[in-house]
Design a protein around this ligand. Structure first.
Ligand code: HDE
Length: 698
């Protein structure tokens, strides 16, 4: 009935722990279909009825059980981050960090810890699209030998608000509006911008949200951040402040806004499918974990507060030290059991890691456990296989709905002398190896009277927004300005856009002017800042364009061909793409393929109308004269080429395909090539210099 999977985790001390998780299949050992009570089912097609055309009988327990289960198959979706995609993998530590932390997973070079990751969008429901303009969740559960450690981060290093008190307001404002239930998965509406424009502390995050960071090309090409400042604690109790960073080994890549919009139509599951396919074919996504560490003295030297989640510490000021690598090498067996039921919680930390007084983090520590109870229905959700630690769990917690273990023994209290769990009546506390909260002496003088206040430096809402703006390239700045224009153009209440632009004047007057011009409104007076912004040094590390890695790994090249296309040319492109580590995608007018010049029929991976060029990273157009003529009046073909051009992608084409390129409005530039080697090199990047030719970079 059930085959058993064994998970292994290497401990810091070299020992191993095992846990067995039953993997249920839908039939018994001999292949028979059974009810949930194990009774073999004779007929799964027809309900039990009285007479051939008579009424269905209530006694049909097979039918009742099947429909009863179906009726309850859905659970409440997450209030935020409802749409997500998960993957299993492992984390490998590069070198011992024992000088900084006693956290088990960081003790030995080469040490591997099993992990599960869930990526998500924030605002949309579980069935919404993968490519809206939205922040992405990047939540990692490390099943360490000393218990579960959850690093529940985002792909942006800052957050909209500084205090947990404002989280319900933020989320209410961004989700679909409560009376009309639209828009779905979009921040471009009145209530979000009403809230954002009234809350200047959102400005830094808004700059990131309006940038290409919220349009990731794939889940494999985005960064992740722990956002808050945490603490690392070593065996001697020594503490170091830390910020966690994930960096994809493929580099960070984003789409353009027009591309993201069209992807919503082309493939709602673009990111989920990409992640699944990559893992399925052994192209395992990898992300390096890095840390920025610092002490109190450094924190005190900054003109902003390290407890404020709307601030970064630029990498140029404090380099990110790579400490290990996450490899995602296994797709979930079951979406619901794993990706849906996984329960992350920032409060899940292990000895060697600790919280700071960041008021946003402190609120999160309560929220996640609380929401899991409502979402998963029982305080025993930690027993679900995906949530269960892979190290021993021993305590006196008992009972509750859906208790899946059978705790033995008479004693369910501590201390006891009954010896139910060993001679000494254990399990017992572990004063040495157990979790001890760091005493937080460094912050002690900030504790005292009960106050509802924010620390002084939290009032600086604009300096880092300005830093971000100044760190971008011209193209990236234009995208930010256009995104503000797009979003605010969807706002119907007149007072909101000018209030937002008034805030933006504190970031940069040119940005504010561009947004006002784009909206066709007068530049409003500058909003009075709570604290005068200061000029901080730009951080080139924040630009995606500047740091893009030129590679075909993780990227795909769409090869458009039709009847009569030169077989040799198609095969040469396919081989060259593969040799460079990329994925060739064969696209033809018919999914059955096309008959090439050599008489062979080549089957397609995608049909032209269903595989537009935004689903690939570069295009090769391999057409004969007749093939090209046949596609000249095919809008999908013209659009295929036109979109590749305006999305700044490399276009390689046979000479015979030129008329199609002309019709699509392609103008010769460094990214428009023949089908030779130069095309493969070009396919590794985007042609940003083309952008002023294809859209207004206001
Ligand atoms: Fe979350 N957040 N959050 N959040 N969050 C949830 O927990 C919350 C915040 C993040 O794939 C919820 O199980 C509060 C920051 C991710 O399952 C909920 C505050 C960051 C995920 C919740 C924040 C995050 C969540 C909804 C402000 C980046 C998805 C369902 C005080 C560092 C995890 C759930 C997954 C999910 C609360 C702010 C990341 C309601 C109260 C900052 C990646 O508990």
């Amino acid at each position: 009935m059930a085959d058993i999977k064994t998970f292994t985790t290497t401990r810091g001390d070299g020992g191993e722990t095992h846990q067995q998780v039953p993997k249920q299949s839908s039939h018994d050992a001999e292949g028979h279909l059974t009810t949930d009570q194990g009774i073999r089912i004779s007929d799964n097609q027809n309900s039990l009825r009285s007479g051939v055309r008579g009424p269905t009988l209530l006694e049909d327990f097979v039918l009742r059980e099947k429909i009863f289960h179906f009726d309850h198959e859905r659970i409440p979706e997450r209030i935020v981050h409802a749409r997500g995609s998960g993957a299993h993998g492992y984390f490998e530590t590069y070198e011992s960090l024992s000088d900084l932390t006693r956290a088990d997973l960081f003790q030995k070079a080469g040490q591997k810890t099993p992990a599960f990751v869930r990526f998500s969008t924030v605002a949309g429901g579980a069935g919404s699209v993968d490519t809206p303009r939205d922040v992405r969740g990047f939540a990692v559960k490390f099943y360490t030998a000393a218990g579960n450690f959850d690093l529940v981060g985002n792909n942006i290093p800052v957050f909209f608000i500084q205090d947990a008190m404002k989280f319900p307001d933020l989320v209410h404002s961004v989700k679909m509006e409560s009376d009309r239930a639209f828009p779905q998965a979009a921040s471009a509406h009145d209530t979000f911008w009403d809230f954002a424009s009234l809350m200047p502390e959102t400005t830094h995050m808004l700059m990131w949200a309006m940038s290409d960071r919220t349009l990731p090309r794939s889940l494999r090409t985005m960064q992740g951040f722990g956002v808050h400042t945490f603490k690392l604690v070593n065996a001697r109790g020594g503490v170091t402040f830390v910020k966690f960073h994930w960096k994809p080994l493929l580099g960070v890549q984003s789409t353009l806004w027009d591309e993201a919009l069209k992807l919503q139509a082309a493939d709602n599951d673009f990111h989920r499918r990409d992640l699944w396919n990559a893992i399925a074919k052994g192209d395992f996504p990898e992300y390096e974990l890095g840390i920025q560490t610092f002490d109190q003295k450094f924190a005190d030297s900054l003109p902003y507060d390290v407890l404020d989640a709307t601030k970064i510490i630029p990498e140029e000021l404090r380099p990110v030290r790579p400490i290990g690598k996450l490899v995602l090498n296994r797709n979930p067996d079951n979406f619901f059991a794993e990706t849906e039921q996984v329960a992350f919680c920032p409060a899940n930390i292990v000895p060697g890691i600790d919280f700071t007084n960041d008021p946003l983090l402190q609120g999160r520590l309560f929220s996640y456990l609380d929401t899991q109870k409502s979402r998963l229905g029982t305080a025993n959700f930690h027993q679900l296989p995906i949530n269960a630690p892979k190290c021993p769990v021993m305590n006196f917690q008992r009972d509750g709905q859906m208790q899946m273990n059978v705790p033995t023994g008479r004693a369910n209290y501590e201390p006891n002398s009954l010896g139910a769990h060993g001679e000494d009546g254990g399990p017992r506390e572990c004063p040495v190896t157990g979790f001890v909260s760091h005493r937080g002496r460094a912050e002690a003088d900030e504790q005292g009277d009960k106050l509802r206040v924010r620390a002084e430096l939290f009032a600086d809402h604009y300096s880092q927004a300005r830093l971000f703006w100044r760190s971008l390239t011209d193209n990236e700045r234009a995208h930010v300005a256009s995104a503000f224009v797009f979003e605010l153009s969807k706002v119907k209440l007149e007072q909101i856009p000018s209030r937002m632009v008034a805030n933006l004047r504190n970031v940069d007057d040119e940005l504010a002017q561009r947004v006002a011009d784009g909206l066709g409104i007068d530049l409003p007076r500058m909003a009075k800042p709570a604290r005068e912004p200061i000029d901080l040094d730009p951080s080139p590390a924040l630009s995606i364009q500047r740091n893009m890695i030129e590679t075909l790994k993780g990227r795909s090249v769409g090869i458009l061909y039709a009847d009569g296309s030169d077989g040799g040319s198609v095969q040469r492109v396919v081989k060259a793409v593969k040799d460079a580590g990329g994925t060739p995608v064969l696209i033809a007018p018919k999914i059955g393929g096309a008959e090439l010049s050599d008489g062979k029929t080549l089957k397609a991976d995608g049909q032209l109308a269903g595989t537009p060029s935004q689903t690939v990273d570069a295009v090769a157009i391999v057409l004969s004269e007749a093939g090209c003529a046949a596609l000249m009046n095919e809008s999908a073909a013209v659009q295929f080429v036109a979109d590749a051009f305006v999305h700044l992608k490399a276009i390689g084409a046979s000479i015979e395909a030129r008329p199609l390129l002309d019709k699509a409005g392609v103008v010769a530039d460094a990214g428009v090539l023949g089908l030779d080697r130069a095309f493969i090199a070009a396919a590794k990047k985007r042609f940003w210099e083309r952008e002023p030719q294809v859209r207004t970079l206001a």
